[in-house]
Write a protein that binds this ligand. Structure first.
Ligand code: ATP
Length: 234
């Protein structure tokens, strides 16, 4: 379980997150919604050791992990999948995937994770020799998610997977998140353009102005007209 208590995050003097507390139970999917620029990515990055100035507590399976840094956290099974893909364009699909398994904890599992990834994303298996730079936007997005899975993670923080995706591929992203969750992955995802993802959420959080303004089930969120209209698009 990931448990965040009173997280504050800063970029220099800019105080982005203000006493954020949330938890994602083992094997659960939590979805974070909220307006642009209010700090959703910063929550994910703070968990994954990618924000320098943070205070508060973040525990993973009971162990304090705040401030450990991204490399140590990847070895503990905590992986961030960025919204801006961050692929290596001049490398093939296969090379990009193998780089996802660079960490000490992932290396011994490279073969089995590759098989898992290719069964989830058959299209990547067909294109394993293709350069990442020549993939369509949707394929590149899938590759970014697949590369995250190569890290042998137990917890994935996924940032806006729908960004730049056509509607049919959004269904595909929802299917994949459901599938990896069924296999036991704990997921915190920032996403409000794929209704199927909010449907599979065990819990929704809304982040506004760096603070959690709502926490509850999708049914509870649907009971609130403001949330329903603004964040659930209904
Ligand atoms: N590396 C950085 N240095 C300085 N300011 C930053 C940095 N990253 C983000 N910010 C600022 O922090 C605030 C929160 O950004 P963040 O990306 O967490 O928001 P968000 O809710 O995820 O937005 P979006 O939905 O647009 O991705 C924004 O004002 C942003 O400009």
């Amino acid at each position: 379980m990931i448990k965040i208590h009173d997280l504050n995050a800063y970029y220099d003097d800019f105080h982005v997150l203000k006493n954020v507390s949330l938890e994602v139970g083992k094997g659960e999917v939590a979805v974070m919604l909220g307006p642009n620029g209010h700090g959703k990515s910063t929550v994910l990055k703070s968990i994954c050791g990618l924000v320098e100035k943070v205070t508060g507590n973040i525990t993973w399976s009971g162990e304090e992990i705040i401030g450990l840094g991204a490399e140590k956290l990847v070895n503990k099974g905590i992986t961030y999948i960025a919204e801006n893909r961050e692929l290596f364009p001049e490398m093939t699909v296969m090379e990009n995937l193998k780089l996802g398994a660079y960490s000490q904890s992932a290396r011994p599992h490279e073969k089995e994770n590759l098989e898992k990834v290719f069964s989830l994303f058959p299209r990547l298996a067909d294109r394993r020799k293709q350069l990442a730079s020549t993939m369509s936007g949707g394929e590149a997005r899938m590759l970014a998610i697949a590369r995250g899975l190569m890290s042998n993670a137990d917890f994935l923080a996924i940032d806006e997977p729908s960004l730049g995706l056509q509607p049919n591929l959004r269904d595909e992203v929802a299917r994949i998140i459901k599938e990896i969750n069924t296999q036991g992955m704990t997921v915190l995802v920032v996403e409000q353009n794929i209704p199927q993802i909010t449907e599979l959420a065990d819990k929704l959080y809304v982040l506004e102005e760096g603070k959690i303004s709502f926490e509850g089930s999708r049914e509870e969120a649907l009971g609130d007209d403001h949330l329903k209209e603004i964040f659930l698009g209904m």
